[in-house]
Design a protein around this ligand. Structure first.
Ligand code: ADP
Ligand code: MG
Length: 248
């Protein structure tokens, strides 16, 4: 079953076409990566899907419903979570408190100053579960500021997991991470898909980061889809290799 589909999705900035007629098809339960050289239009596509930008043309279909133009703040309620380059991580709160607050903000108590003890317990449970999924259980009591970079990215993902999104959108989650940390991090993401049954759409410019973990890969260049397929097909695709020449 398709969980997400874009139909001829298009975005102009003035007269410049950053995304031109993209048809993306994401199967439920897969880790689907969108790759391409810098400037290919990946982040713009991501922003169109997550409601941060309104498309100039085309449609976004989620679970069979047309959600085109739904604003960002309504996406969580639809079941779509997205990572931000700058997340609302409070550096002077613990890891657990950060995720618990996110759970509370997404829950029914967000408008109440004091949630009752029963619902606090529920939010702590949700937060603990999300932290377990990203492998941060041992660091729940740490101040967020004290986490190494890779663990901060995991914390951001845990914050996105509360509220139980069915689709998780991640834009270059491994950016800025030391190369030797990337496989373990990508493994964690892959585990989230398997254990929690999530669909993950991941944007990444570096092909080697996603090659071993993706079920499907869509390659973009110049705002258009250049190729789509299983990792092995993409690796051996000549047009893809050419697009990447000089862009590494
Ligand atoms: P990628 O994420 O693949 O590196 P982007 O989606 O960020 O690519 O950008 C695609 C193209 O659109 C680039 O040429 C970029 O300069 C341009 N672009 C992105 N955002 C804007 C904007 N807000 N206004 C004008 N041009 C933009
Ligand atoms: Mg980008």
């Amino acid at each position: 079953m398709l969980i997400l589909e874009t139909r001829a999705l298009t975005k102009y900035f003035g007269s410049f076409c950053a995304v031109g007629g993209v048809d993306l098809r994401v199967e439920e339960g897969t880790l689907h990566s969108v790759i391409g050289p810098n400037g290919a239009g990946k982040t713009t596509l991501f922003n169109l899907i997550s409601g941060y930008l309104r498309p100039s043309d085309g449609a976004v279909i989620f679970e069979g419903k047309d959600i085109t133009g739904t604003p960002l703040h309504k996406m969580a309620h639809l079941g779509i979570g997205r990572s931000f380059q700058i997340t609302n991580v409070f550096p002077n709160l613990t890891v657990l408190e950060n995720v618990r607050l996110a759970a509370q903000a997404k829950g029914a108590d967000s408008l109440r100053f004091l949630a009752d003890a029963g619902s606090i317990k529920k939010y702590i449970e949700q937060a603990t579960h999300a932290l377990e999924l990203v492998g941060l259980t041992a660091r729940m009591g740490w101040l967020a500021a004290a986490l190494p970079h890779g663990d901060k990215r995991k914390l951001e993902i845990a914050i996105n997991l509360v509220g139980d999104p069915r689709l998780l959108l991640l834009d270059e989650p491994a950016a800025g991470m030391a190369t030797e940390q990337v496989p373990e991090f990508m493994n964690t993401i892959s585990e989230i898909r398997k254990r929690a049954g999530k669909t993950i759409l991941l944007v990444e410019h570096n092909m080697s980061v996603v090659m071993n973990y993706s079920d499907r890969i869509t390659v973009m260049a110049g705002g258009k889809v250049l190729a789509e397929g299983a990792p092995a097909e993409i690796k051996s695709n000549e047009a893809v290799q050419n697009a990447y020449l000089g862009h590494r």
